[in-house]
Design a protein around this ligand. Structure first.
Ligand code: NAG
Ligand code: NAG
Length: 496
């Protein structure tokens, strides 16, 4: 834990302390919107290089603003949509490898588009606060570029989709708000939009839903340290996705950190601290590469409620698809969507809510059992999935759990519920049996589980499973009970 804190500290200090000391330049004055009055006459000296991706590995062709012939030369096709990739703050002043992966993924799945990399490295490779100030300036340049495309070759801004990572998300937001006229850019996607100096700012000072016809954001590294988080926590879009709660990501843990450092030496540190931040990018690339593995996310108040499985509804826009293939629905208020993912591509998991009604026969005594569940599906099985009862089991009540599966098991046919008993438990249970007078005959008091109700998030299917042994509904430590699909009275009562 100490090491993790140290790494986070390193990350934050490299964000906040100078990366290099030259190059603050004249743009430092562009700190706020009112000061933002850059004249169009210096367009020729654009800080941003617009590189059209040319299908070839890590190659691009630069389009020069106000030089129409470069559009032709590079092969820009005005009748196709444009996706513009906007990178973030730069530590080493080179284009990071994810940019090329993203460009290739866009082209491979959707060949019919122009992909431009907005290279603003010279302004991004600065002290973090200066790079932050530069985001407005670069946003204006992108806005000017899109206006030029519109005036010169009638390319409609509504056909443009900006994908901005980290600081690039806010650059895209500024491009959207600075573009002149009433029409907006088609779509902006913010990939873990940067937090420091943007969190809590007014919508005009960061990426916000007003910046495009449709705005989506994926938040992957909002874990707080010293009051700051690398990615912005607050919603900034029409749909804000928080994979695994958005704070941190699976596969980015300390064990992996050590492996990474062992593999890459000290530069492994930057790779590793970026792991959760950059996960947003790879989730998006995943959505392009795996058409058959699109991840669904669900509207929920918070991650704790989500982890009880209580938010798996798709009614009335409550769920949406993460990444490129999102359903573009403009809602008056930002919607926070949650999902679980795997630690690597394809990231998709299948979400299930399990509602189990327990009657605890030992009245007045709370118990904290550990259960595992095994599922038989029409395609595959899933064995020994742990379920944790957070609040303990008391009296006569329904408990709700979230279970996620890495694979599609098909239709759920049968459930086995096992009470994982420890030796201690067996003991207590035997003691209870001997001291409680109302245990008649040979029957031990236990937990009664009659039915299990299941909702599958991905298919929205609801099912009820009944205990196979109708004459003995009791579950005791170390015992396993089988549940099969049954006529569903509960569901019909519920839907009334
Ligand atoms: C531009 O794209 C359209 C639509 O795919 C295609 O018909 C046309 O030939 C392309 N133009 C050029 C110059 O490649
Ligand atoms: C459990 O609660 C339900 C509804 O509150 C009630 O109908 C049922 O009799 C209770 N069962 C037991 C064993 O207490």
């Amino acid at each position: 834990m100490k090491s993790l804190q140290l790494l986070s500290f390193l990350l934050l200090s490299c964000i906040i302390t100078p990366a290099n000391t030259h190059g603050g330049k004249k743009k430092e004055a562009l700190g706020s919107q009112s000061q933002h009055t850059r004249a169009k006459k210096d367009q020729q000296n654009s800080e941003t290089k617009f590189r059209l991706y040319t299908d070839k590995t890590e190659e691009s062709c630069q389009i020069f603003w106000n030089q129409l012939e470069t559009l032709d030369k590079c092969g820009f096709n005005a009748s196709l949509p444009l996706v513009m990739i906007v990178h973030g703050w730069s530590v080493d002043g080179i284009l990071e490898s994810w940019i090329w992966k993203m460009a290739a993924a866009l082209k491979s799945q959707h060949k019919q588009m122009n992909v431009i990399i907005a290279d603003w490295l010279t302004s991004a490779h600065q002290h973090y606060p200066i790079a932050v100030q530069n985001t407005r300036y670069i946003g204006q340049e992108i806005a000017d570029f899109l206006e030029w495309l519109e005036e010169s070759i009638q390319f409609s801004r509504s056909n443009a989709h900006l994908i901005g990572y980290s600081l690039g998300a806010h650059v895209s937001g500024f491009a959207g708000s600075y573009i002149s006229g009433t029409n907006k850019i088609g779509r902006i996607t913010g990939l873990d939009p940067a937090g420091p100096l943007f969190e809590g700012m007014s919508p005009t000072d960061r990426l916000s839903p007003d910046d495009a016809n449709f705005v989506d954001a994926i938040h992957t590294f909002t874990k707080q340290h010293m009051g700051l988080s690398v990615g912005i926590k607050q919603p900034v879009a029409h749909f804000d996705f928080y994979p695994n709660g958005g704070t941190f990501q699976p596969g980015c843990h300390i064990m992996h950190v050590y492996n990474h450092i062992a593999q890459y030496g000290i530069t492994g540190i930057t790779q590793t601290v970026k792991c959760a931040h950059e996960r947003s990018v790879h989730l998006f690339i995943d959505s392009l590469l795996h058409n058959d593995k699109q991840s669904t996310a669900y509207w929920c108040n918070d991650i704790n409620t989500f982890e009880k499985g209580m938010c798996l509804s798709c009614r009335k826009n409550r769920c949406n698809t993460l990444g490129y293939n999102i359903r573009e629905e403009r809602l008056p208020k930002s919607r926070r969507l949650f999902l679980k993912t795997r630690a690597h591509m394809p990231f998709k998991v299948y979400h299930y809510q399990f509602k189990i009604h327990f009657i605890n026969e030992i009245q007045g005594k709370q118990i904290d059992p550990t259960f595992t569940i095994s599922l038989t599906g029409s395609k595959e099985d899933a064995k020994n999935l742990p379920i944790t009862v957070v609040e303990g089991i008391n009296g006569n009540k329904t408990y709700s759990f979230l279970i996620t599966l890495d694979t599609d098991i098909g239709d759920l046919i049968m459930i086995k519920l096992k009470w994982e008993a420890t030796a201690v438990w067996e003991n207590i249970w035997d003691t209870v049996q001997t001291i409680i007078p109302w245990t008649k005959g040979t029957r031990r008091p236990g937990l009664i589980v009659k039915t299990i109700r299941v909702k599958a998030g991905e298919t929205q299917q609801k099912m009820t499973f009944c205990s196979q042994s109708i004459n003995n509904l009791h579950l005791h430590p170390a015992q396993e009970k089988t549940f099969v699909r049954c006529e569903d009275r509960f569901q019909r009562q519920n839907s009334k």
